[in-house]
Design a protein around this ligand. Structure first.
Ligand SMILES: C[S@@+](CC[C@H](N)C(=O)[O-])C[C@H]1O[C@@H](n2cnc3c(N)ncnc32)[C@H](O)[C@@H]1O
Length: 336
């Protein structure tokens, strides 16, 4: 079961209130969403987005099952609030378009027909379900096909952004692979491993996660086996980030945040990679400098030792939050 990270801190900063309109842009199994939903009922609306369709159906029943109203006969609370929860398969980077789409017609639009929300949550990366059950090769501990796409139904082989990990590993040049491993994984043996991959694929296509793990082990020095982490950790992370264009999506979302959030709206972003955190930190600073927002977290919030013990995935989580405010008075200095 996926354990939501920094749950208490997320709810405190997102501060969802009854009647509000909130988006969980990476709803996954709905761990955060269930708590948010509970806070905005009975009138509020929650939109949950995820690239991965496989989870969405289960997520809906899970969230509805968690909402209990002692006064209602069993099951009827869920029936009443079903329409307040809208799940959409999509990319959070497309939120400006999703918010204006026909699917949401009649929902919370302002007088000009524009739809903005009171709160946005992004809990980046992959979920435990995807590692454990997707069969898409996210883990180096399971022998599966090298896919790694969150949206595994998307795209054609010709569109690099939607290529599978297998296609990338078997097609890209040694230099391109080394760059991906270095940029997104900070893998210090990036060049040696890229070379090992290119040599190995000349003999036979690299098809599974274990094929790749074998090559990584053979290419890196023996001492790498004794390190703190599995020798394939950084390569798998780099490939996943590249395949799903994770930094590109985050950049696109940040650029559009003022088109998504109302004045007074809060955004909470949980990242697991230093490059993601840097994007969020710099963007929040820029918004503050432009007088458009107040930063709610001076420093990133990290999991306590107790949480890390219970949920090791929380170890690298960094949470940052911001509150938008577009109503700052315009100072006209031409007047006396
Ligand atoms: C860490 S999990 C979220 C877990 C969720 N907060 C919970 O408590 O169950 C991240 C989810 O984001 C999804 N995801 C990753 N990139 C996405 C994107 N660009 N747009 C929408 N969903 C995305 C993944 O498929 C995954 O289900």
């Amino acid at each position: 079961m996926h354990q939501p990270v920094l749950l208490k801190e997320t709810i405190a900063l997102l501060d969802p209130k009854p009647g509000e309109f909130i988006i969980d842009g990476t709803i996954g199994s709905g761990g955060h969403a269930a708590k948010i939903f509970e806070k905005i009922l009975p009138q509020g609306k929650l939109i949950g987005i995820d690239l991965d369709k496989d989870n969405l159906k289960k997520t809906e029943s899970k969230i509805l099952a968690e909402i209990k109203n002692e006064k209602d006969p069993p099951g009827s609370a869920a029936v009443k609030i079903k329409n307040n929860l809208i799940l959409i398969q999509g990319n959070y980077a497309d939120l400006p378009e999703i918010l204006q789409s026909a699917e949401l017609r009649g929902l919370n639009a302002d007088k000009r027909g524009k739809r903005k929300v009171d709160g946005l949550l992004l809990d980046l990366g992959m979920s435990s379900e995807q590692i454990e059950r997707s069969g898409r090769g996210f883990s180096f501990l399971r022998n599966e096909k090298l896919d790694m796409r969150y949206n595994h139904e998307a795209g054609s082989m010709n569109h690099e952004a939607w290529a599978t990990a297998g296609e990338v590993i078997n097609r890209l040049s040694e230099k391109e692979l080394a760059e991906i491993f270095w940029k997104y994984g900070e893998e210090r043996y990036s060049r040696r491993i890229a070379k090992g991959i290119v040599e190995s694929r000349k003999r036979m296509a690299i098809k599974t996660t274990f094929d790749l793990v074998r090559i990584i082990r053979k290419s890196a020095p023996k001492s790498y086996e004794k390190g703190r982490i599995h020798p394939a950790t950084r390569i798998f992370q780099a490939l996943r980030i590249y395949i799903n264009d994770e930094l590109g999506n985050l950049e696109r979302l940040l650029k559009n945040a003022p088109n998504i959030l109302k004045s007074g709206g809060r955004a909470v972003i949980i990242s697991f990679h230093s490059l993601e955190d840097r994007l969020v930190k710099n963007y929040f600073r820029e918004m503050k400098k432009e007088g458009k927002a107040e930063i709610l977290t001076k420093k990133p919030i990290m999991a306590t030792r107790e949480e890390v013990k219970l949920n090791p995935r929380s170890r690298s989580a960094k949470l940052r939050a911001i509150k938008f405010n577009y109503s700052t008075k315009f100072v006209d200095d031409r007047r006396p």
